[in-house]
Design a protein around this ligand. Structure first.
Ligand code: SF4
Ligand code: SF4
Length: 377
């Protein structure tokens, strides 16, 4: 069919006005949604900060409860980073009832923060139920993920579940044979988070021998701040969580990223400078007490890199165990790079020197505690 000549463009035609109105409506609708998200984000930020302040006061007033517990709902991961010893490619997600039982036990011990880790926790189909349960039990809910599986719908369901903190660790700008946790691959997911997440997002960049180009950490940190997230920098450890000093260029980049950290209180800790320079440090690791790592088998370990100690099922973990481990010296402490445990230890480094010997004793003697824990005030 032969088409007739097109109508000449007329700025005031009824069709154009209709299109303009439709666009205006869509734009206003987007604006309303964005405003709602910003308001919700601010409200959750204030609520979370208040809960964190309560958590810090409680931790300063009493040493008889865990401040932070990492819990693993699935060991499987969709990636296979060359330096990682915390994943497999076959494990099934843990049943919800098992997770609830463990969370109830942690709540009973007085735990303030639960961070869900893995493997890749987004592979758990009922992750949101786990987060809801954490919130129902009055604990702060955090999540560590590689971010690959984020969609707008998943972010919104995590909003609804009540997630409060999220951390994504990004290792490089372009994927290589060591890690696919790359800015190039994840940038779209970060943009989705910036638009739709009402929880706080922290992007952790890393430095260390496994990272080919240390400048990548700067690019990642810059992008995180640009998108309105907080940003931290970590040092990759060896397979026992121990120090590997950074070279001169890496140390300079580490200091630069730390200096950008006005928005993140976690940057102001001096222990990070010791880690970057590979200097052994005198501090009191309270793992097994103020910090617990609960693996997929439900056993309490000191941390992800010291699994096997004390190796007690969380259901059998008591205030006596907490008390015992609080006072137990950890021989790996001077060269440790596990930042979350060092962060929590700041609450107690000024008090209660550790006098009990750890590691060398058989585990049966290591626990239960030799003396009963004092009553909670
Ligand atoms: S994404 Fe995380 S859990 Fe998975 S292999 Fe990499 S470091 Fe390990
Ligand atoms: S010092 Fe504590 S956190 Fe660090 S590796 Fe040893 S047990 Fe783990």
């Amino acid at each position: 069919m032969v088409q007739g000549p097109r109508k000449p463009y007329s700025a005031g035609s009824a069709g154009d006005v209709g299109t303009f109105r439709r666009l205006l409506r869509v734009w206003r609708w987007h604006l309303t949604i964005m405003k709602k998200i910003v308001l919700k984000r601010k409200a959750r930020f204030v609520r979370t900060r208040l809960r964190e302040l309560r958590m810090i006061s409680k931790a300063l007033l009493s040493t008889h409860h865990p401040v932070l517990a990492h819990i693993i709902p699935i060991r499987r991961c969709n990636l296979s980073c060359a330096y990682c010893n915390e994943y497999d490619n076959f494990s099934k997600p843990l049943p919800l009832e098992t997770m609830f039982r463990r969370l109830d036990q942690l709540a009973g011990l007085g735990t303030s923060i639960i961070t869900i880790s893995g493997g890749e926790p987004l592979l758990h189909p009922q992750l949101e139920e786990i987060i809801r349960h954490i919130r129902v039990r009055g604990m702060i809910a955090g999540l560590i993920t590689n971010g690959y599986l984020f969609t707008r719908a998943r972010i919104e369901s995590l909003n609804d579940a009540g997630l409060e903190h999220l951390q994504i660790s990004i290792d490089n700008v372009k994927p290589d044979d060591v890690s696919k946790k790359s800015l190039k691959v994840l940038d779209q997911k970060l943009q989705l988070l910036a638009r739709h997440a009402v929880f706080q997002v922290n992007i952790n960049s890393v430095l260390g021998s496994a990272v080919r180009d240390p400048e990548d950490a700067l690019t990642v940190a810059r992008r995180a701040l640009e998108l309105g997230f907080t940003s931290t920098v970590g040092v990759l450890h060896d397979h026992e969580g121990q120090l590997r000093p950074l070279n001169g260029q890496q140390q300079a980049i580490f200091s630069t990223i730390m200096s950008w950290g006005k928005r993140s209180y976690s940057r102001f800790n001096r222990y990070q400078n010791y880690i970057a320079r590979g200097i052994p440090r005198d501090w009191r690791c309270r793992a097994g007490s103020r910090y617990l790592y609960v693996c997929e088998d439900g056993l309490v370990h000191y941390c992800s890199q010291q699994r096997g100690y004390p190796g007690i099922p969380v259901e059998k973990y008591t205030k006596q165990h907490l008390h015992h481990e609080y006072h137990t010296l950890k021989s790996c402490a001077p060269r440790c790079t596990i930042q979350c445990v060092q962060h929590i230890a700041l609450l107690d480094n000024w008090r209660d020197p550790q006098t009990r010997e750890g590691f060398k004793k058989p585990l049966e003697i290591l626990v239960p505690a030799e003396t009963p824990a004092p009553e909670e005030n």
